[in-house]
Design a protein around this ligand. Structure first.
Ligand code: CA
Ligand code: CA
Length: 490
């Protein structure tokens, strides 16, 4: 157990919600958020891949609570992060797509956004790299280091995927890891961790990998000899029991098709590169944790580690994000807080949306009543505590996934459904939605779906996503019409 060091400072606190002025000794903990982009469950302590090497993430898990059944609220960067920092579901805000970003969303008050809420409560907010996502990330922080080079640097010519989207490539690059944005993000964060401030800090390390391009410095690629790389399990007939709508939802996404990876002998190389990117970002996590441990903030800093959504590398014969299956939605979430038990694993269904209320409670700040998540502190105190609701993930309007402790239910906008028993079928190969014995269970899940689905907020920059979604709607309408002997719909 670590006790919270009390700052000697007497501070004046004014909550944004207008709760009035309070004077107290500032014993509130610092908060360090380690955000990793597109990291699925290929993390040692989550057991998602036998080759995964993440000793530093694992050691953080050993210091706190690993939420092993955590899911994002949208399986794509911008809306997942918007949901996290607003504490609201996409079906409430209408933020479903890569565009518009949070900057274009009309906040009712700055305190409605996680980082700004802590700033208003007297925290000094700092960040570097990718967290909220979108241009001018610094607008959300008191102090921001910039994007540190974003998804770059890139080699003069693509290494393995010569055509297609500019970000879609993988391999060993660059030779000098000090050129990578993530090393620079870690450097910037490490420098700030070393200073003791009068007021508590809210500090975000926003790492870019393993997001494409899946480039990692050579020494990390060499950790995974190609002949030892294990491929995900795939069932050839898996897609036969999927609703047509599930297949349509992948329309328009920029990842190469699974057949392309197989036919071009790139599957193993891409898996190797993704594992290398994870090992590389884990090394940066280790540098940050070491810096915290040797800093004056070691004893009173809450550490959170998360990713914004999952990632397919051939599972269910598809790639990348934008799916409601387990591989698209499951993310690591670790919270290590002073005065809380260590080495715990919680299997209750939880979401990134729960982070905002959790951090408020851990920091001793007032509850914010319009948040849609739920504080996880009760599960940090007792990982098997009663927890009566499944976690919701949404991909484009009215397409939802609900994950309970043992089952995974998906419902698409046309009413088609999937159900998987995760205890016996962790690969989600056998859709039980049409089995008679699933009727009661499905009825229970239907009751937990959102009552309202906000219309999508549109952006002129994200038209291809809207078009893909509209194509799925049209195709569903055509299928419905042909089933009823009608024509047209286009
Ligand atoms: Ca992402
Ligand atoms: Ca199947």
């Amino acid at each position: 157990m670590i006790s919270i060091a009390v700052r000697s400072l007497v501070f004046v606190l004014c909550f944004a919600a207008g709760a009035g002025w309070t004077t107290a000794e500032d014993s509130r903990p610092n908060i360090l958020v380690i955000s990793i982009d597109d990291l699925n469950d290929w993390v040692g302590c989550l057991g998602g891949h036998p080759n995964a090497r993440t000793p530093n993430i694992d050691r953080l898990a050993a210091r706190g609570t690993l939420f092993a059944n955590t899911h994002c609220q949208a399986p794509i960067c911008t809306p997942s992060r918007a949901s996290l920092v607003l504490g609201k579901y996409p079906s409430t805000t209408g933020l479903y797509f890569l565009q518009p970003g949070l900057a274009e969303y009309k906040l009712q008050s700055p305190g409605d956004m996680l980082v700004q809420h802590f700033a208003a409560a007297g925290y000094h907010t700092m960040g570097a790299g990718k967290f909220v996502h979108g241009s001018n990330e610094g607008r959300w922080f008191d102090e921001h280091g910039g994007n540190m080079g974003g998804f770059g640097p890139t080699p003069p010519e693509k290494l393995n995927h010569k055509e297609g989207h500019r970000l879609w490539d993988w391999g060993a690059y660059p030779a000098d890891e000090s050129e990578t944005p993530d090393v620079k993000v870690a450097d910037w964060v490490i420098e700030r961790l070393g200073k003791r401030r009068d007021e508590p800090f809210f500090l975000v390390a926003g790492f870019w990998r393993p997001h494409v391009p899946m480039y990692a410095p050579p020494k990390y690629v060499e950790m995974f000899p190609i002949d030892q790389v294990a491929l995900p399990d795939v069932l050839e007939s898996d897609r036969d029991d999927l609703p047509d709508y599930a297949k349509d939802l992948t329309i328009g996404y920029p990842a190469p098709r699974h057949d392309w990876f197989v036919e071009n002998r790139q599957w193993k190389i891409a898996v190797q590169s993704y594992l290398a990117c994870i090992a590389f970002v884990d090394a940066q996590v280790g540098r940050v944790l070491d810096a915290l441990d040797s800093s004056p903030n070691a004893d009173d800093t809450i550490v959170v580690l998360l990713s914004d959504h999952g990632w397919h590398l051939g599972e269910k014969q598809r790639w990348a994000k934008r799916s409601l299956w387990e591989d698209g939605g499951r993310v690591p979430l670790i919270i290590a807080a002073p005065d809380h038990a260590s080495g715990q694993v919680c299997k209750r269904p939880t979401g990134l949306i729960d982070l905002f209320p959790t951090l408020l409670e851990l920091a001793g700040l007032p509850r914010k009543m319009d948040l849609e998540g739920r504080s996880l502190k009760v599960l940090m105190d007792s990982p098997d505590a009663p927890w009566d609701r499944p976690v919701l993930c949404t991909f484009t309007p009215n397409n939802h996934s609900l994950r309970s402790t043992d089952f995974h239910y998906i419902r698409y906008a046309d009413g088609s459904e999937e159900l998987y028993d995760m205890r016996t079928d962790p690969n989600e190969w056998h859709n039980l939605a049409n089995n008679a014995e699933s009727t009661d269970r499905i009825a229970g899940f239907r009751d937990s779906l959102p009552r309202e689905n906000a219309a999508p907020i549109r952006s002129e920059w994200g038209l291809w996503e809207i078009e893909a979604w509209e194509t799925a709607q049209r195709n569903a309408a055509d299928r419905r019409n042909s089933e009823h002997g009608l024509t047209g719909g286009k």
